[in-house]
Design a protein around this ligand. Structure first.
Ligand code: ADP
Length: 404
């Protein structure tokens, strides 16, 4: 039998990190516990000391928990200890153990955490060669999927694309959700007309991103009823007959679920990986697990899971865990794939989507908007890191040593 949250709390009641006045529970440093099949996550108050002090606390917690799990007969699979500062921001993470994905087609990515000094073990990567196949000028083709609609898959795809473009990458965004395209609204394509030049679709250049969507080729008010082969053809046409030019990233917003478009995509494009979007609730996780398994069956590496609508920040600046923050992270642990980050539910993100201004998600000044921008920034940093690791694993890049 694996341990319950209460048993984990009890165990940590006996842990007093070096320099602390009392144990983790009595001092209130233990903020949050999540556990699933011996994959465990803790959030601890960062406290005043340097990173080395946090590392000591994490190691003390790990030693006690590993012993207690062993006693229970189920060894601790992995432990993630995240340190949170007074503003609620995650300032440091320590990871123990690397989970192995059950039935995973792709190898499990190694846990990638900054060292105590704050820099990563690999200093830099030689740039990846563009992918072969029908899009030779595109370096990384990344699918964004979800187990079901409404979890914010398109919102994450759009913000990932815009955020990467803001960092100077050449980015394309393909609205592959041909059954319910939402990119025209989210990017504010409004009255812009689709143009074709020399038989190729010209992508819209908006918010620094080259975007293409079926929503600009059909009547937006008519339901899009595609039979399998038509859907296959429409997706292939959008992908292959667009003048993308040279791109660092092509982000594909997939339809929700595990349907035929994903199959077409995996058969025709050489993907660098996929991102799975999920909300924290248990019911959403079950669908997301199916989506992740689908990618793995299609031999597409899952680069990570994003928890959207993770928590709500009120006008009072307080954080409310409406849906049970952390559920998607637990799911990622269970699947043995990286957790890319949590994005809060905010009024501004919804408004900016409706008004077609995703750039505003990165520039808002109100406290909740700043928290949103920070979470997106963290997500994009983690995403870039995982793509670089996938490049190495999949043989697209060799590590280079940079000394600074
Ligand atoms: P999906 O692509 O999974 O169907 P969407 O990205 O279209 O979901 O999002 C559904 C709705 O939820 C949209 O109105 C969108 O603006 C809103 N939404 C998504 N994520 C957030 C968030 N983090 N905060 C506020 N609203 C959100």
């Amino acid at each position: 039998m694996t341990l319950t949250k209460d048993q984990i709390r009890e165990t940590l009641r006996a842990v007093t990190p070096p320099g602390d006045a009392a144990d983790l529970v009595t001092t209130g440093r233990l903020l949050w516990v999540a556990t699933c099949e011996a994959f465990t996550s803790l959030k601890l108050a960062a406290g005043p000391g340097p990173v080395a002090r946090m590392e000591q606390a994490a190691h003390a917690a790990h030693t006690a928990l590993a012993a207690r799990f062993a006693q229970s007969g189920t060894p601790l699979q992995s432990l993630i200890v995240e340190f949170i500062d007074e503003q609620g921001t995650s300032v440091h993470t320590t990871r123990f153990g690397s989970p192995t994905p059950p039935n995973a087609a792709a190898p499990a990515p190694p846990a990638q955490a900054p060292s105590a000094e704050g820099h990563r073990p690999i200093g830099g990567l030689a740039p990846a060669a563009p992918a072969a196949g029908p899009l030779p000028g595109v370096r990384h083709i990344i699918a964004v999927g979800a187990g079901k609609g409404g979890v914010g898959k398109s919102s994450i795809a759009v913000n990932l694309a815009v955020g990467l473009a803001r960092r100077g990458h050449a980015v394309g965004l393909l609205d592959g959700d041909i059954y319910g395209p939402s990119i025209p609204t989210m990017l504010g394509l409004g009255a812009l007309e689709q143009s074709v030049h020399q038989g190729r679709l010209q992508p819209f250049l908006v918010h620094g991103v080259k975007a293409i969507t079926i929503g600009k080729l059909v009547d937006p008010e008519k339901p899009l009823i595609w039979r399998g082969p038509m859907a296959h053809g429409a997706f292939k046409q959008l992908t292959e007959q667009t003048a993308w030019g040279e791109l660092d990233y092509l982000i594909i917003d997939l339809p929700p679920g595990t349907g035929d478009i994903s199959l077409t995509m995996a058969q025709t494009l050489r993907l660098a990986g996929a991102v799975v979007v999920c909300t924290p609730q248990k019911v959403a996780q079950d669908d997301a697990v199916r989506a992740a398994r689908m990618f793995q069956q299609l031999n597409v590496e899952v680069l990570g899971v994003v928890e959207n609508m993770s928590y709500f920040i009120g006008d009072d600046g307080k954080t409310y865990d409406i849906f049970g923050r952390g559920g998607a992270e637990q799911m990622a642990q269970r699947l043995g794939v990286p957790f890319l980050g949590a994005v809060p539910i905010t009024m501004s993100l919804r408004q900016n989507s409706d008004t077609g201004d995703p750039t505003a998600n990165f520039t808002g000044q109100a406290p909740a908007e700043q928290r949103l921008a920070k979470s997106l920034d963290q997500l994009i940093t983690n995403f870039e890191g995982q793509v670089a690791l996938a490049d190495m694993r999949q043989g697209r890049a060799r590590p280079t040593l940079t000394i600074s």
